[in-house]
Design a binder for this molecule. Structure first.
Ligand code: GDP
Length: 283
């Protein structure tokens, strides 16, 4: 899904999420485990405000495991509970309900003390496009397809999906815009496929990827392309990659455009293994 974000759309998205927030006890903020910082909406703290929140690092199967562990620790230390999941195969999803119960424990205990019978926790998912919101909702819905009725007072008919006895999830996620102002976040979103190629310069993206790999994953760069340092010589690196992979133009010179495409494709196809682009120590 491609969304063009204009100020009017952003205001509308924010309004919709704010409306939905009133119906839930907790927000599941979905982010890409490869980009725990860059794949967040820039105004998320403002929008969620004081509503309890669980950060869910999705696509953990594609991220650097050691970095994911560091990020989880980092979120928890800053007072935000976080879990890592794979929405495609369901790995880690059992943590979601447990974490939500933990976060709301005090509130639920207070309700119990007042003699109010505990009910299911109501939650909604928010996140930028492509982080896996629909996949996660479908995955959770599969367990128990029984849906409760519409919620009155909301323009679009919204339904609650029952996830076990303890959790109910709004079937419509809140879709928020990504970070536009930060070019580095833009490159990272493009390298993970969240932003479509048409709006990004392939060569800029490829050069960013090479520098990133040199800085954070030199071993993997060496394994794939035979060098671990660019020595500040980008054209030289392109020549080496072009020769290694035989990317020539008709006259036998290196085809730079094709080398750019090849680098970006290699990153996206995980030819460098599982990469995390937001390093916890850099943030
Ligand atoms: P949405 O725009 O946030 O609703 O994102 P989607 O649910 O449409 O997912 C975007 C892409 O990410 C799809 O191609 C999904 O198959 C893929 N995806 C979602 N969750 C995971 C995951 O945990 N692991 C992997 N590898 N891919 C995922």
């Amino acid at each position: 899904m491609t969304i063009q974000w204009f100020p009017g759309h952003m205001a509308k998205a924010r309004r919709e999420v704010t409306e939905q927030l009133k119906m839930v006890d907790i927000v599941f903020e979905l982010v890409d485990a490869r980009l725990p910082q860059s794949s967040r909406n820039p105004m998320i703290d403002d929008i969620i405000s004081r509503k309890p929140r669980l950060v869910i690092l999705n696509k953990k199967d594609m991220a650097d495991e050691a970095e994911t562990a560091r990020w989880l620790e980092r979120f928890r230390q800053s007072g935000t509970e976080a879990v890592a999941v794979n929405s495609l195969d369901g790995r880690g999803l059992q943590q979601v309900t447990k974490a939500a119960q933990q976060i709301l424990k005090e509130k639920w205990d207070r309700m119990k003390a007042k003699g109010i019978r505990p009910r299911a926790i109501r939650a909604m998912i928010v996140g930028i496009p492509n982080v896996g919101k629909s996949t996660l909702i479908n995955r959770l819905a599969k367990k128990n397809i029984a849906r409760t009725g519409n919620t009155p007072g909301v323009t679009k008919a919204q339904q609650w999906i029952k996830v076990g006895k303890e959790l109910e999830l709004l079937d419509t996620p809140g879709i928020l815009w990504p970070k536009f102002e930060d070019p580095e976040a833009g490159y990272k979103l493009a390298l993970t496929g969240a932003i479509k190629d048409a709006i990004t310069d392939q060569q800029e993206l490829a050069v960013y990827a090479l520098k990133f790999l040199e800085g954070h994953y030199p071993d993997r760069l060496e394994e794939r392309y035979g060098f671990r340092s660019l020595d500040g010589d980008i054209p030289g690196a392109y020549e080496r990659i072009g020769e290694l992979r035989k990317v020539y133009e008709k006259g036998g010179t290196i085809d730079y455009d094709s080398v750019s495409e090849l680098i970006v494709r290699d990153v996206r196809d995980q030819q460098f293994g599982k990469l995390t682009f937001d390093f916890s120590e850099d943030q």
